[in-house]
Ligand binder design. Structure first.
Ligand code: SF4
Length: 281
């Protein structure tokens, strides 16, 4: 984790990284793009959660998978899920496979989202109605509600993978990505759809790629990519902006996604990298 002096040194470099990031172009290569297409809050919640749950693997491939589902659901996904119901959805998505996610997992997720939205009014309201009011407890509460609202009796691995519970100690990168989209902004990247979620409470959506980058620049010392590492990175980022620590996430993450950082020293990439002077790789 950073100390105060390191944070002061890193902050202007991360600000430079953000300035150099072409947000319009990079959004085209990010699953957050889908949710921007929907104006209704409940549609946005549904599309954002679906897209973030499937945000693993190569961006082009995961986006192709999400696109298949969204084309089926049309301009009002919440209404389409209600009209079709689990049986028709299962018929339409029977052949769907994206890596370890099968059509039946997607049906479970879509129906669960609609059930929770119907019961509480929105996913945001469900999140806010958790008995404890800290972010991780609320996140876990929402996941538990969604899991319980699935179609199938059996809680299969595919759905567990889509809906990990932060209480289990894993990073839950895709879930925290969803919260970032909902809680920050709107700023052209994050949607800012939820009012109940304070950006200061967000937790870094950490995966193996971003955790390596975070280690290079001292945001984290832990070798494991787990919840403790995500919390450590978040604490480091809070030293640079306590109100909005995740404002740096998109630019950092896309350093890897864009191929600008190939996770080894390179004459082609490193000299022009804004964080080169603090990178320990
Ligand atoms: S200096 Fe090179 S290795 Fe370090 S983060 Fe930048 S591109 Fe990656």
């Amino acid at each position: 984790m950073l100390d105060e002096q390191q944070a002061q040194k890193l902050k202007p470099l991360l600000e430079e990284l953000m300035r150099e990031c072409d947000y319009v172009e990079r959004r085209r290569h990010d699953p957050v793009e889908f949710a921007w297409e929907y104006k209704e809050r409940l549609d946005r919640e549904l599309v954002a959660l679906l897209s973030s749950c499937l945000a693993y693997g190569r961006v082009e491939l995961l986006k192709a998978g999400v696109k298949v589902i969204l084309e089926l659901l049309g301009p009002r996904p919440t209404l389409a899920v209600d009209e079709m119901g689990p049986d028709a959805l299962a018929g339409e998505l029977g052949e769907f496979v994206y890596r370890m996610t099968k059509g039946a997992d997607v049906v479970d997720l879509l129906i669960a989202i609609r059930k929770v939205q119907s019961e509480y009014g929105s996913l945001e309201a469900a999140y806010a109605s958790a008995p404890e009011d800290d972010h991780l407890s609320r996140a876990s509460f929402l996941v538990q509600k969604l899991r319980a609202a699935r179609v199938r009796d059996e809680f299969v691995r595919g759905l567990r993978y889509l809906l990990p519970d932060p209480a289990d100690g894993s990073t839950c990168k895709r879930l925290h990505l969803f919260f970032r989209w909902m809680g920050r902004g709107p700023d052209g990247i994050d949607l800012g759809t939820w009012e109940v979620l304070d950006p200061a409470d967000l937790i870094m959506p950490l995966d193996t790629h971003t955790s390596r980058l975070c280690r290079y620049i001292g945001l984290c010392d832990r070798k494991s990519t787990d919840l403790k590492a995500a919390l450590e990175v978040t604490e480091s980022l809070r030293m640079m902006d306590a109100d909005d620590p995740l404002k740096y996430d998109f630019a950092l993450c896309h350093l890897g996604i864009s191929g600008s950082c190939i996770h080894k020293r390179s004459e082609e990439h490193c000299p022009s990298c804004p964080i080169e002077s603090v990178c320990t790789l």
